[in-house]
Structures are given as C-alpha cells and as structure tokens.
Design a protein around this ligand. Structure first.
Ligand code: FA5
Length: 340
C-alpha cells in the first residue's frame, strides 16, 4: 500500500508539472484533490486495510495531501507571475503620461455657510460661544421663560432623551449658559450649532438642522441696535441693496419679539416661486431679551438689557443657491455636494 502511495504522489507531481496555463489548474485540482479526486479516494479506501496498516497509511495520505496542496499553490503563483510578466512586457508603458488627478474633497455647503456667517459676525465684533447639543429641559425651556405645560412648548416639537433631557430644539439655551459664564460682563456672541426637532421631514424641514443664535447684553442696548445689526449682516451676506421688513411676533424669551424678512434676491421683491409671490424671504426670529431670561442668566434687568436673534443656516443657503429640497444637504449624494 505504502509503495503505491509513493508512486501516486510521483504521478500527481509530474502531472502538475505539465500544467502550463491558468485554465488547466482547476482541472488538475479536481482530478487529484477535489471531493472525488484520486487522493481523496485513497482516504475512503482506508477501511479495507488491516488495523495495523491503517494508521500509517492514513498519516501518509495526509502528508501527500498537504504536500500536493502546497505544490499546487506554488505552481499557481508561478503561472500567475509568468502571465503578469508577459502582459507587462507586451503592453507599452508611456511614463511621460500625466498622472490621474486625485479629486480633493471640499467643505460641505453647511460648513461653508457657517464659516461665512462666523466671518461676518466676527467683523462686527462677535465672539463664538459653543454650547451642548444635548440639553436639560431646564435650559431648553424653563430658563427661557417656558415653564412645563406652557402652550408655547408646542412651537418646538421635541426629541426627549428622558423626562429631564432633550436634544436641543434651538440654540437659545446657549443664551443662559453664556450669561452664566460671563458673570456680569457685557456680551456680544454668536452661538452656532445643530438643533433637533421631532418634525415630519419635508422639502423645507429636516429633523436635524443648524441655527445661528446671536446674543448681545450691555447697558442701554435697544431695539434699534438689533435692527442695525441684522441689517448690516444681511447686506454683507446677501448684497448691499437688500431691504428689511420687521414684523411683530412672539417668543417667550424675548419681549418685544420680531420676525425679520428681507426682499427676495431672486425677483428683487416683485414676487416669484421662491418667495411664494410675496416678494419677501424669512430671515429668522429676534427680539429684546426678556427680563426673566436676563435674571435667569444672572443679569439684573434693571441695569442690563440685551437683544437676541436666531436664524436657520440651511434655509438661507437654499435660497441663495436655489436649492429646492433641504433633504439634499444630508443625503450624501456627491453629485449634489460637488456643486458647491
Ligand atoms: C427659534 O428657534 C428661536 N429660538 C429663534 C429666536 C432666537 C427668536 C432668539 C428670538 C430670539 P424658529 O423656530 O422660528 O425660532 O427657528 C428659527 C429658524 O430655524 C427658522 O427661521 C428656520 O430658518 C430654522 N428652522 C426651524 N425649524 C427648522 C427645520 N425643521 N428645518 C430646517 N430649518 C429650520
């Protein structure tokens, strides 16, 4: 038996030596090492041997199998290398051809818009104050003059983490954090950041979006300071000839509260699809900081006054670039993102 195994191994090796092309390799493998191959058949024949012969023969068959597997892999590698060398030799290589350019990434449209906003406000002397995206109910609502069960809570559809913790619905809680940290010093900051709302996603509304809050606190700060700041910002961002419209509004944390619009830059106030034929585009909410909010931030409303504003980031960018659907921003479609 053992001698016949030796001659079978020799035969297999000679047959492998004769394999010259990639396509012949599987044929050889099937014949010798496949499920019904000649070496596998040997293992099946072990049952017919005497108990004394069986262990030695089994061991020898395993050695042959391993040896043939290794020889097969080495032979396959050698054939592949020969094929590669042959193809490289036959293909002309022009080393003077210019390389393929690597496309570098670029900043997302939201980041570009946020940077532009920061730059404009920095020129007006505003510092940036960053605050957490996960907030307490106390900061997101109560300290902003919105007690539990107050109907104004309906203005912000909320993702609750638990009874006391929310994903911030707006950047306004940053007002309280900033005032508490500024400890009675005058304040002029912007608070950019991501907000979350439990809202249906539509072409105009995402459940995650960015806002840019502004807060100024000082002695004798007036509504005219607020309007002047917003007017300067709008003209720097959207062009010197932009007009402003102020409407009365309601936010629990500002008194009085206003809503700011600018004339539509696409139709110049004549009326078009983007401005819904009104000639005006919404910029954001604003107002004079409510005395209760000043107090909650540690500022005496008898001595201090302030204004605050809050605007979206994606919606103005949509208007600017005529983007029809906010969902494109975070849909990760490079065909969209590469355009900006
Ligand atoms: C507020 O969130 C107030 N905190 C703003 C404010 C700050 C008022 C300070 C007074 C003083 P409002 O819910 O209107 O207000 O949101 C402000 C802006 O955020 C909107 O004008 C809009 O541009 C943007 N925004 C709101 N919801 C969404 C949404 N689901 N998707 C995209 N942008 C949104």
């Amino acid at each position: 038996m053992l001698e016949s195994l030796d001659s079978l191994q020799k035969e297999a090796m000679e047959s492998l030596d004769r394999v010259a092309g990639l396509e012949e390799l599987p044929v050889w493998y099937r014949e010798w090492l496949g499920r019904k191959g000649r070496v596998t058949d040997l293992s099946r024949g072990l049952g017919g041997l005497s108990p004394e012969e069986r262990p030695q023969a089994g061991q020898r068959i395993n050695q042959i199998k391993q040896g043939l597997e290794q020889a097969f892999e080495a032979h396959q590698q050698a054939i592949e290398n020969r094929a590669l060398e042959a193809s490289l030799g036959s293909e002309a290589l022009d080393i003077t051809l210019p390389g393929r350019p690597l496309a570098p990434g670029h900043l997302h449209l939201t980041t570009q818009t946020l940077r532009r906003l920061r730059q404009i406000f920095a020129e007006m002397g505003f510092q940036v104050f960053e605050t957490p995206e996960v907030e307490t109910d106390e900061m997101n609502f109560e300290m902003l003059n919105i007690p539990p069960y107050h109907p104004a809570r309906d203005m912000w559809d909320t993702f609750w983490v638990n009874d006391q913790v929310v994903l911030r619905t707006h950047t306004s809680p940053g007002q309280i954090r900033c005032m508490r940290q500024s400890k009675g010093q005058p304040i002029r900051v912007i608070l950019p950041g991501k907000c979350y709302r439990y809202e249906a996603i539509t072409p105009r509304s995402e459940h995650q979006f960015f806002q840019m809050e502004g807060l100024v606190v000082g002695h004798s700060i007036r509504m005219t300071d607020l309007i002047g700041t917003i007017r300067d910002f709008i003209r720097k961002m959207y062009g010197e000839s932009r007009k402003l419209r102020i409407r009365g509004s309601y936010f629990p944390f500002t008194e009085p509260s206003i809503e700011v619009d600018m004339d539509c830059m696409l139709c110049r106030g004549k009326g078009c699809r983007v401005c819904k034929h009104t000639g005006w585009l919404e910029v954001g909410g604003a107002g004079m900081v409510h005395p209760v909010v000043l107090q909650n931030g540690g500022y005496d409303p008898e001595e201090w006054s302030g204004f605050a504003f809050g605007m979206g980031v994606e919606r103005p960018a949509m208007l600017h670039h005529r983007i029809e659907d906010i969902r494109f921003f975070y849909g990760n479609d490079l065909r969209f993102l590469r355009q900006f």
